[in-house]
Design a protein around this ligand. Structure first.
Ligand code: FES
Ligand SMILES: [Fe+2]
Length: 506
């Protein structure tokens, strides 16, 4: 098992013209970070957290087969409204509970009619007339493996660890940073690859220009770019800085981009162990001062198994969090995402020139070929990430300075699993969450900071401003809600005033 620790430099490139022959072997992936089955180091760490496991809309009048962390499960909502997540195979003789009947209370196995409650207890074992007492006697001893679950804003969360180690569910920022009238809209996007490469994509802010601001084949940009959404600042290569925060539980990273001679766009995203990330305003156009706008997209990358995962989360809608009104709520949901094409495997029908709405009645293989061609012409995150092998092979990568977020987050994971990060253990998380809702550092900020006279000073300035924004955010950590927002607004105005004194006088 690999225990490569931080400090080892990047892999050197092999320099040899036409040297493919000497690099034609593919080493194994790193099991330490990638594998999540029961008993694996990462799998055990992950099992100490609440994770989304499906969407509420997937719970209908029939049970839902799900696979999470390599475990086959069934999720259902009984007719009294309680959510159950049980092991798939009935502990009697193994029939799948996906064929069970949802009851007023619990679920009835289709095979012999045993009824299981959401906590795994047995509600009924049907016995012949006159022998019910026998069924009753066994009923008290029978159990189905179960996990605690609940629904929140259209997502079903489950805890798959030891019951005695269950952590509080983190109500981030107390109110999730919601402003007046904001709405959390759930989504679920399946990725046929290992969970970590999807998580790595969150920390990789540098891919926006090649992947999202152009199409590979000119003329195929329709609806695919940040630029077309009017978010031009994303089409500037960002200056990235990465910070370990909250005792190694999380990483905050700043991306600084100059908008014009007057303004700088500082995006602060927040990525926490083991698999979450919060992203600030996706459609910032930089046209107005914007101080401490909060999370615009919440996401958790939940392993289905070692070779598949699902990105679950919420997109925020409302005039407060999307002042430009660019988000498209009808495109967010199960296998849908609104802000760029290529966020999930389902290409939008209208992009395939079939017209709005339903896919046309054409053979499936033709539809898939058409989608593949479309993906080649204008690829998105889905294509980039899922094509990095089923399980990315880190030993073959050559990381660059702008991959710093990927490097740091993998290090945070590796350290805690190696027992070298006391601030990020499950116990440390439980202690932290027991004090109340944690604050995230996610924010979007457009600051009035004039361009520096020389390029060297400008580089220094954009880094310094980003650091000062993060320092202010760290200081605000003792506050919550409106008090924290006001503190940040004051601090950001003070940062501006040091570069543009006329603002302080105004
Ligand atoms: S297998 Fe489920 S009740 Fe018999
Ligand atoms: Fe992306």
């Amino acid at each position: 098992m690999s225990t490569r620790l931080p400090g080892k430099g990047p892999t050197p490139w092999k320099k040899q013209p036409y040297g493919g022959y000497y690099q034609n072997r593919t080493p194994e992936h790193d099991p330490f970070l990638a594998e999540v089955g029961p008993g694996t180091p990462m799998g055990e760490y992950m099992r100490r957290f609440w994770h989304p496991v499906c969407m509420s809309e997937e719970l209908t009048d029939v049970p839902r087969y799900i696979r999470i962390l390599g475990e086959e499960l069934v999720a259902f909502r009984d007719r009294s409204g309680r959510v159950g997540v049980l092991a798939l195979h009935c502990t009697h003789r193994g029939a799948s509970l996906e064929y069970g009947l949802v009851q007023q209370r619990g679920i009835m196995c289709c095979y012999h009619g045993i009824v299981w409650d959401v906590d795994g207890s047995c509600l009924e074992i049907p016995f012949p007339e006159g022998q019910e007492h026998e069924g009753e006697r066994i009923r008290g001893r029978a159990w189905q493996p179960a996990y605690k679950a609940f629904e929140r804003h259209g997502l079903v969360f489950a805890y798959m660890g030891p019951p005695e180690e269950e952590p509080p569910f983190p109500e981030w920022d107390g109110d999730w940073g919601l402003g007046p009238g904001d709405e959390m809209v759930p989504y679920s996007n399946f990725y046929p690859c290992n969970w970590l490469q999807v998580q790595d994509n969150a920390a990789d802010q540098y891919h926006h220009i090649p992947l999202h601001s152009t199409a590979v084949v000119p003329g195929h940009e329709q609806g695919t770019t940040f630029g077309e959404a009017g978010a031009a600042p994303y089409e500037v290569r960002p200056d990235l800085q990465f910070f370990r925060v909250h005792g190694g539980k999380a990483m905050a990273w700043t991306s600084s981009r100059r908008v014009d001679d007057e303004k700088i766009f500082i995006r602060v995203n927040y990525q926490f162990l083991p698999n979450g990330s919060f992203h600030s305003y996706l459609f910032e156009d930089g046209s107005k001062r914007n101080h401490f706008s909060r999370t615009h997209m919440f996401r958790w990358v939940v392993p289905v198994d070692d070779e598949n995962c699902i990105m679950f989360g919420w997109r925020m809608f409302g005039s407060h969090c999307d002042p430009r009104g660019v988000g498209k709520k009808h495109l967010v949901g199960f296998e849908k995402m609104d802000f760029l094409e290529g966020q999930c495997g389902m290409r939008r029908p209208e992009r395939l020139q079939y017209g709005q709405g339903e896919l046309p009645p054409i053979p499936k293989h033709h539809r898939e070929r058409t989608a593949y061609r479309d993906a080649q012409h204008a690829p998105g995150d889905y294509e980039a990430v899922t094509s990095s092998r089923k399980v990315a092979v880190h030993a073959l990568e050559h990381l660059l300075p702008f991959d710093g977020g990927v490097t740091m987050f993998r290090q945070l994971l590796r350290l805690v699993i190696d027992g070298k990060s006391p601030g990020a253990t499950p116990e440390a998380w439980r202690d932290w969450l027991a004090n109340g809702p944690p604050n995230s550092y996610c924010s979007g900020n457009v600051l009035v900071i004039p361009r520096a006279p020389t390029m060297a000073e400008e580089i220094e300035r954009r880094r310094e401003v980003a650091k000062r924004v993060l320092e202010a955010t760290t200081e605000s950590d003792t506050l919550q809600g409106e008090a924290r927002k006001q503190f940040m607004r004051d601090r950001l105005a003070a940062i501006e005033a040091t570069y543009a004194p006329e603002l302080a006088e105004a």
